[in-house]
Design a protein around this ligand. Sequence first.
Ligand code: HEC
Length: 421
Amino acid sequence: MRKTLFSIALLMALLAASLIPPGRDIRAQETPTLRIGLLPILDVLPFYVAEQAGYFADEGVQVELVPVSSALERDQLIIAGEIDGMVNDLISTGIFNQDEPLVQIVALARRAYPDHPQFRILAAPRSNITLPGDLTNVEIGISENSVIHYITQRILEAEGVNAADLKFRAEPNIAIRFQLLMEGQLQAACLPDPLAQAAMVGGAILIADDTSLVEQQFSQSVLSFRTEIIEKQPQAVEGFLRAWMRAAEDINAEPDAYRDLWLEKTNVPDSVKDTYNLPPFPTYEITTQAAWDDTIAWLVEQDIVDNAAAYEDSVNPTFLAAIAPAEPTGDAAQGEALFASLGCIGCHSLDGTPGAGPSVAGIASRAGNTVAGQSAADYLRQAIVQPAAYVVEGYGPIMPAFDTLSESDLASLVAYLLTLE
Ligand code: HEC
């Protein structure tokens, strides 16, 4: 009897609950809204593509894109908890996390590729400065203590310039920095693309760019969320990330289809709006330990932070691991045997000596940086099946296409090549 009464009461309660109109609060609990702060820059294009295509809705996540006008405004909104996620960079993340992990990186948002620099160092039009070495003791316009500051130093160091010989001038407002450079009031400056390309159209001289640092991945923008959101709403973050990856893949497949959206949502100088080629966006990639450590070492060395934030606390690969498409599992030992039995070894040495084809020594380390937008595995796969698609410089297109291999043999060859670091 008691039991029945209890069940009836429960039933009534359930009924009552289901009759409550779906008010704002209840909905919000079911599908929390992720608020993302976005600067009007190229790096944020995939968000707008995902929104327009309805990909966030497909994943059952509500995402509100909140335009911000400066990195400062973005950072203030993150600290106030008014936005949950953002596109930022490693310098910004290292500063946020110096005392405790306030934010976590869940994926790369953008990076430099061999044909698509993210940052360029330029000299003023008609300047006598033409080489990196000419920049010693010349004021270079940057935004102080930012990624621009860091990357300018790293680019020039890679060109053999001594960091001690560099002189910087803080011009944090990027539009003003651009203007001063074009008017010759600044002899040199570091600017991101597409603004840097607009400066070149206007006569600025390219001195160096971050394509020399592609392998180290010192240039990158990241997708990050407040750690609290990651802990409380992991499902929403995962759904968000799936939608973002779909959008990035769409752009990579057909960049020009998104040109109008890019022009609408971000600041693009008129002089490059028809000519700038949209770069590929990295998919399923995340900050490496080496890139993180270098950035944090710089922050410490510059005395910008008191504490070095740890990689494990600031970079969270679990979401990518959950959503990354399964790679066909190749067997490296099997691949090694195939490399000999198929005759690859006849043209490709293992010890660095060039033969009819380039040596495969170290191929695992360079394969991901050879063709823009292709991961190491994708590149190797294509190099085997369709060698003419990309012919390595210095060699003729003489490699036969191995396009009748089984999926598993192909995967094994790729797995083997990926062990040759
Ligand atoms: C007749 C010689 C020849 C044979 C056999 C051959 N290749 Fe090649 N391979 C080349 C040449 C030449 C290139 C460089 C030109 C190009 O990219 O097509 C190349 C390029 C490559 C590359 C890209 C290398 C780089 O540095 O980016 C890979 C990977 C590769 N081959 C794998 C293989 C595998 C695996 C096999 C066996 C299944 C194989 N090759 C068989 C001649 C050969």
